[in-house]
Ligand binder design. Structure first.
Ligand code: FE2
Length: 455
């Protein structure tokens, strides 16, 4: 009782300044920790997703009547590439990660898996471009290929004159369209060596997954050859502004995921010869396909692009959504030569038509010799993936139903692999592939390829 009275009679306590400060700090810390937790759990995105899933809040397409935001583009493209983000890179030059192929052991699967993670992250969330030094460690492969290219260029020039370049009109450039096929037919030996390079598989798989299809074009820029205008590449990069806005926004993102863009340096490429101009991080800009022709974006590109010198045998790979342009060759007497590469997802349409059967016909004996020497080596596997179709669709499911327990009929690559293992000669291989192609066509006849499963 006495204790109670004493307590009642005590004067009310007033908090001192330090108590108020401590309380305020504790409150601030609590709010910060709650905010951090919400951020960590990605609650804002979840709430946004809920709103989006319940309400049609925006148009599915971009509009020609609104301007893409240059400030947003600037913020995205002013990001800095941190070396810590890409620990397997040998360095970062001009915001572009550089890898030295000579420093990797391709038989070490855990190391190459980590490398593929870095390459994938780069193109989807990072700068959007990387350079592989020593992509071709053996210069003799490039030299032999260059001789084949020169013969093709001479023959085509005599037959039809200069060919155009859609981004840099004029006659300074020499161009071989569909070099992928012409190379095989011109010089199968160097072609097999070139596309047996296991780095093609590692790089293509990392961005596109299996079943990719390679197409290439040669571009030789003579002294005085002007720079290209900045652009994005295939698919939506090859359409007008009016056409581009007809495709829903999600398809704009998809377009950049359907193709891997690249180039192998077939000569050294010092800066004065005009290696590709690049704008890192520009592939992350949502409205890029309808922005690259706008004067303010061109001006920004011209003031902010970077270039990295390359040596013969190096390669550059980048997202087709990256703003880029071939540079100007300001040298007096140096031809800059590159084999341009687009690799198409199995789910996309290639830019050029590749008929793989004549290419397999021309190279099968060389491939079989390689197989007999070393079995299904990384080189043999890389070449099979480059030369043959890895995706069995579209097909005729009446004639080519999925195998029991499988989801798809056999692909060209699987037939090629099977033929090598079973020791088929070239005639047998071509006959099997020919029958497969006939059975796959819309006019295929239900015959010996037909097996009916189930009821
Ligand atoms: Fe391009």
């Amino acid at each position: 009782m006495a204790k109670s009275q004493n307590r009642t009679n005590m004067p009310p306590s007033t908090p001192g300044r330090s108590t108020v400060a401590i309380t305020a700090a504790a409150t601030a810390a609590s709010i910060a920790s709650i905010a951090s937790l919400l951020y960590y759990l990605d609650i804002p995105s979840l709430l946004q997703q809920r709103v989006q899933s319940r309400k049609v809040v925006e148009s599915r397409c971009y509009s020609l009547n609104t301007k893409p935001s240059l400030p947003e583009f600037q913020i995205l493209t002013q990001q800095i590439t941190l070396p810590e983000t890409y620990p397997l890179a040998s360095g970062v030059e001009e915001n572009v990660p550089i890898y030295d192929c000579a420093s990797f052991d391709l038989t070490d699967a855990s190391s190459t898996d980590k490398l593929q993670d870095e390459l994938h992250h780069n193109l989807t969330s990072g700068p959007g471009v990387y350079i592989l030094r020593n992509f071709f460690a053996d210069a003799t492969v490039i030299d032999a290929t260059n001789r084949a290219f020169e013969e093709i260029i001479t023959r085509e020039h005599e037959a039809s004159g200069t060919k155009g370049d859609h981004f840099a009109p004029g006659n300074a450039n020499a161009r071989i369209w569909n070099a992928f096929s012409k190379h095989a037919l011109q010089d199968p030996e160097s072609y097999v060596q070139y596309f047996s390079n296991p780095w093609f598989k590692l790089v293509c798989d990392s961005y596109l997954g299996p079943g990719y299809k390679i197409t290439t074009q040669v571009n030789i820029v003579r002294p005085g050859g002007k720079a290209q205008r900045p652009h994005r590449d295939y698919h939506l990069g090859f359409q007008t502004d009016e056409d581009v806005v007809a495709w829903p926004k999600a398809v704009h993102q998809m377009s950049g995921l359907l193709t891997l863009q690249g180039a192998v340096a077939h000569t050294d490429m010092p800066l004065e010869s005009g290696p590709t101009r690049l704008l890192p991080y520009s592939q992350t800009f949502g409205e890029g396909f309808r922005s690259y022709r706008r004067p303010e974006f061109i001006e920004y590109f011209e003031s902010n692009h970077v270039s990295v010198a390359m040596r013969k045998g190096d390669a550059v790979f980048f997202s087709p959504s990256l703003f880029h342009a071939a540079g100007e060759n300001t040298t007096a007497n140096f031809d800059r030569s590159a084999n341009l590469i687009q690799v198409s997802s199995a789910f996309g349409k290639t830019m050029e038509t590749i008929d793989s059967l004549p290419l397999i016909d021309k190279t099968y004996d060389l491939l079989a010799t390689k197989y007999r020497a070393k079995g299904l080596s990384m080189e043999v596997d890389a070449f099979i993936r480059a030369v043959a179709e890895g995706y069995p669709f579209p097909t005729n499911l009446d004639c080519r139903p999925p195998a029991p327990g499988g989801m798809a009929p056999e692909s060209e690559q699987q037939i090629l692999r099977r033929g090598l293992i079973e020791g088929w000669d070239r005639e047998t291989m071509m006959s099997e592939l020919g029958e497969m192609r006939e059975a796959s066509s819309a006019n295929g006849k239900i015959g010996r390829h037909t097996t009916v499963f189930g009821t």
